[in-house]
Design a protein around this ligand. Structure first.
Ligand code: TEU
Ligand code: CA
Length: 543
């Protein structure tokens, strides 16, 4: 059977606002992406996931949509988008868009109507309940730490939102609302896009308002019973197109995942982004990702979807700090070891813009430098709870989503070659050394390593179908595994730490000859006793 195209594809996530500015207003745009298609082609990626490009008041950088079928003017026009799609396709690159249907902007015409009166035809497009200014319908907590309810004076009721108050949740129980969303979905698919990344999709169903979340404050809207109906309806549309879909589905467990991603089961989507391995909200003091914990989560997802379903593989996205800072030590060495550690797992790998350069966190020193709405909400909330301001600042600046949203570093210019104007978000000063131009010319750069790694990954079908066998499973520094299919066998070994590690190879690797395929260090043979320097990484193939 022919495998679907997305199984041997590499994804690249573009955050349009920060990718490339073509007209000097300091904001990245669609024409900027078109300009950089040759770069993306040279990297070897197969599809782009674009963060929201729709009309939006921009409270949550495009995740608050006021017109699903209009392009954000700062980003360009619909004809720019058509051009992007055309040129991407002629370069062999597919485009998937963000589908944000858990909520809209409070400036969406539906919500403006809905707010007007209790009998407005759009009232039930959203969720309203009786309240007073100081008594909300229940005491559920939203993702930003505040109430999920905002009181509205006009009708003396409150509306429901799991994110910011400017992002009211759509009422998926309303079939009329769903019909309009499905029409919009078809509209984009008919335009020829290649699929969707479905934002916050596991939250579209909520428990009844009298549900008690107990000690799990978000359980009231995480993969709640009844979501099946809506997901199946969308699947039935997707099935009519040759596209790929990836659901951002926190709350769907690894055991439940095959149900979501296996076409022989419910198969709502082709793959899901799990959020378990990528722990964003670290406590102060716990700055580094715990390698052992992360390995356990990733291994569990590999196993639970080994024979049924499919994984989406990623370390970075626009919601997380830079992996080369929180897992690596901001070196070429760590960036490349980290890359190898996840790229050969079973699933479709995603790269977030700048990750392929080894970009790092931004050195924030004050809350005024922070743009992210979620970070500011949390900052104020923690201050209100009486926490120490310095500690709060530390926590927020360590984890703010802004780290990943600083401009893409194209050159060593102070504006990173991102814009000729004043960039909307500060450029990381290390663009002096970490940038595309410098790395193009350096054979040993992170960028050129990614190129080799992508080419190799795609040339070897074992990485699609092979089984996953973890080794050194309980080791706190070394992430290593075997991929095996028939006679073919590969072993991936990465030291994700600053420690020198002496490893004794497990029996299953002994008495075989191993050829080096990819490496970021001087080791050329797989010996029975292996000494790994900090952030060594390599891939061997059995002879
Ligand atoms: O993020 C949503 C998201 O991270 C939640 O779904 C998650 O389940 C929750 O925080 C618990 O960990 C997406 C986008 O990626 C983000 O940028 C948006 O701000 C958000 O949705 C709202 O649209
Ligand atoms: Ca611009």
């Amino acid at each position: 059977m022919q495998e679907p195209w997305w199984k041997n594809a590499i994804g690249y996530q573009v955050y349009p606002r920060s990718f490339k500015d073509s007209n000097g207003d300091g904001i990245g745009d669609i024409k900027g992406i078109i300009e950089k298609l040759p770069y993306l082609k040279s990297l070897g990626i197969d599809f782009i996931w674009l963060n929201p490009i729709y009309k939006s008041p921009n409270v949550d950088n495009g995740y608050d949509i006021s017109d699903y079928e209009g392009i954000q003017p700062e980003f360009g026009t619909m004809s720019d988008f058509d051009e992007l799609l055309k040129q991407a396709h002629s370069n062999g690159i597919k485009i998937i868009l963000d589908l944000v249907v858990n909520h809209t902007s409070d400036q969406h015409p539906w919500f403006i109507q809905s707010k007007k009166s209790k009998d407005n035809p759009y009232r039930d497009y959203y969720m309203w309940a009786d309240a007073t200014p100081d008594k909300m319908p229940n005491d559920w907590t939203s993702f930003s730490g505040n109430s999920t309810w905002t009181y509205d004076e006009t009708t003396k009721q409150a509306f429901f939102h799991v994110f910011a108050p400017q992002q009211p949740d759509l009422n998926w129980r309303n079939p009329k609302m769903r019909k309009e969303i499905y029409k919009m979905i078809r509209w984009w698919l008919d335009l020829g896009i290649d699929g969707f990344r479905m934002d916050a999709i596991s939250h579209i169903q909520k428990e009844p308002w009298d549900y008690d979340p107990k000690d799990d404050p978000w359980s009231a809207f995480m993969n709640v019973k009844g979501i099946d109906n809506y997901m199946s309806e969308m699947r039935d549309i997707f099935d009519q197109y040759n596209i790929m879909t990836v659901g951002e589905a926190s709350g769907v467990t690894s055991k439940q995942a095959p149900d979501w991603t296996d076409p022989n089961k419910k198969g709502y989507v082709n793959m899901i982004f799990e959020l378990e391995h990528n722990v964003r909200a670290g406590e102060p003091g716990k700055e580094r990702i715990d390698v052992l914990g992360m390995k356990k989560v990733l291994s569990r997802w590999q196993k639970d979807q080994e024979t049924s379903g499919w994984n989406a593989l990623y370390f970075e996205n626009h919601d997380n700090p830079r992996i080369n800072t929180i897992l690596g030590n901001e070196t070429t060495k760590s960036a490349t070891a980290i890359a190898m550690s996840y790229f050969f797992l079973k699933g479709t790998p995603f790269i977030y813009q700048g990750q392929e350069l080894g970009m790092t966190n931004y050195p924030f020193t004050s809350i005024d430098q922070v743009d992210d709405d979620e970070s500011k909400l949390r900052y104020n909330d923690l201050l209100k709870k009486g926490k120490d301001p310095i500690q709060v600042l530390n926590e927020i600046t360590h984890w703010t989503r802004d780290h990943s949203r600083t401009p893409m570093q194209w050159t060593n210019d102070s504006k990173a070659g991102f814009t000729t104007g004043s960039p909307w978000m500060k450029v990381n000063p290390n663009t002096a050394t970490i940038n595309v131009a410098v790395e193009e010319d350096d054979k040993a750069s992170v960028l050129n390593f990614y190129r080799r790694m992508i080419e190799f990954r795609k040339s070897e079908l074992t990485f699609i179908n092979g089984s996953y066998i973890p080794i050194f499973e309980d080791d706190k520094d070394v992430f290593a595994y075997i991929r095996k299919y028939g006679q073919k066998e590969f072993v991936i070994i990465t030291n994700l730490s600053k420690n020198v590690r002496k490893m004794k190879l497990p029996d299953q690797l002994l008495d075989k000859n191993w050829n080096l395929k990819l490496s970021n260090n001087k080791i050329s043979e797989l010996k029975d006793e292996l000494e790994l320097a900090p952030f060594d990484g390599m891939v061997f193939e059995k002879e």
